[in-house]
Ligand binder design. Structure first.
Ligand code: NAD
Ligand code: UDP
Length: 338
């Protein structure tokens, strides 16, 4: 059985669908700090399965011990983390405890039960400010511009050191670029609590009338249209990358890194304009000051994951933006509108 820690969240829930599609038996572990157990009703509609889950925090060693003693766990896909950049700058200790200490506790319990396969949700933020795009896995990591990103770098290094020190670990560090979109069914998607930090939920919340207008952070970057460029990928393609990484890790030992991005860069204005065009609606906006810590432009070199894991992008930008809107318009208040 595969333990999906943080499996009730945005990327985790989409990964549950792909794992089931590929015949894996799964157990979700989540403390629901940024998700709702209502997602399991939706997942049942998509997969026709009742996905078992436990309400446990990765910082709770006794709780984890009970899960690993009860279930026959073979590998862990580890999504359980806090991800709000602004909050991480205001409350670093909360991020150290949840993301770093929580992962350490999870690893301790895994080791006790001889579970040594882990797929970890890392981020392109670990490339820092120094590396030129396209980012390649062989580049030295830099210093992330915020505390959230710092916790990703620390956990990557913890996992690398653990692998160097002990036999038998099998770890994938997946460095995500910018996941957007939603399951094509419109039944699961992203609905952040509070004001969205990320671009797409903000755009869709403006489109559905929950927010007045989009603020575009910075119009004076050294990019084609002056707005910042990112590598957006469909969340279902990202979910598939986890299945491929898991398959690979179940057959190998060691710690390996894969970028998960398409290699295409789009600006904030590209996203807004394409969203309007694909969905036939208007998104009021204004260009405001740059957001502190943002980089002008970054995107992936995705050749390693394509060559080594056979990962292929199934969805293009139009699909991502149509599926984001399909989810938002059918679920204006996320799972609460169920
Ligand atoms: P999310 O908040 O939707 O999902 C994370 C899930 O983990 C939530 O269900 C939350 O309740 C759970 N969780 C958090 N702390 C926990 C704890 N201590 N114990 C148990 N469960 C806990 O976020 P997401 O967008 O699905 O991201 C998943 C992972 O991918 C995170 O680690 C995130 O940092 C990482 N990541 C996300 C992005 C992105 O753009 N969404 C980019 C790079 C990396
Ligand atoms: N962005 C924006 N307005 C928003 C949210 C984001 O202009 O309300 C911009 C942000 O400055 C960045 C891009 O959109 O250039 C992607 O931001 P996001 O937070 O989604 O991802 P990340 O910063 O992690 O790449």
């Amino acid at each position: 059985m595969i333990l999906v820690a943080g499996g009730a969240g945005y990327i985790g829930s989409h990964t549950c669908v792909e794992l089931i599609k590929h015949g894996y038996e799964i157990l979700v572990l989540d403390n629901f700090s940024n998700s709702s157990a209502k997602v399991f009703d939706r997942l049942k509609k998509i997969t026709d399965q009742d996905i078992p889950y436990v309400d446990v925090d990765i910082c709770d060693e006794a709780g984890l011990e009970s899960v690993f003693s009860t279930y026959d766990i073979q590998a862990v896909i580890h999504f359980a983390g806090l991800k709000a950049v602004g909050e991480s700058m205001l409350n670093p200790l909360v991020y150290f405890e949840n993301n770093i200490a929580g992962t350490s506790t999870l690893l301790k319990v895994m080791k006790r039960h001889t579970v040594k396969h882990m797929i970890f949700s890392s981020s392109a933020t670990v490339y820092g400010e120094i590396n030129p795009s396209p980012y390649q896995e062989s580049m030295q990591t830099g210093m992330p511009t915020n505390t959230y990103g710092y916790t990703k770098l620390v956990v990557e290094q913890m996992l690398q050191k653990l692998d160097q020190a002990e036999e038998g670990w099998s770890i994938a560090l997946l460095r995500y670029f910018n996941p957007i979109g939603a399951h094509p069914s419109g039944l699961i998607g992203e609905h952040p609590k509070g004001i969205p930090n990320n671009l797409l939920p903000y755009v869709t919340q403006v489109a559905v009338g929950l927010r007045e207008k989009l603020s575009i952070f910075g119009g004076d970057y050294d990019t084609a249209d002056g707005t910042a460029v990112r590598d957006y990928l469909h969340v279902v393609d990202l979910a598939v990358a986890h299945v491929l990484a898991l398959k690979n890790r179940l057959d190998h030992t060691g710690c390996d890194i894969w970028n998960v991005g398409t290699g295409n860069g789009y600006s904030v204005l590209d996203i807004k304009n394409t969203f309007e065009q694909v969905n036939q609606l208007q998104v009021p906006f204004e260009i405001v000051a740059r957001r502190e810590g943002d980089l002008a432009s970054f995107y992936a070199d995705s050749s390693k994951i394509q060559n080594e894991l056979g990962w292929e992008v199934q969805y293009q930008l139009d699909d991502m933006l149509a599926h984001s809107w399909n989810w938002q318009k059918n679920n204006p208040n996320g799972y609460e509108s169920a």
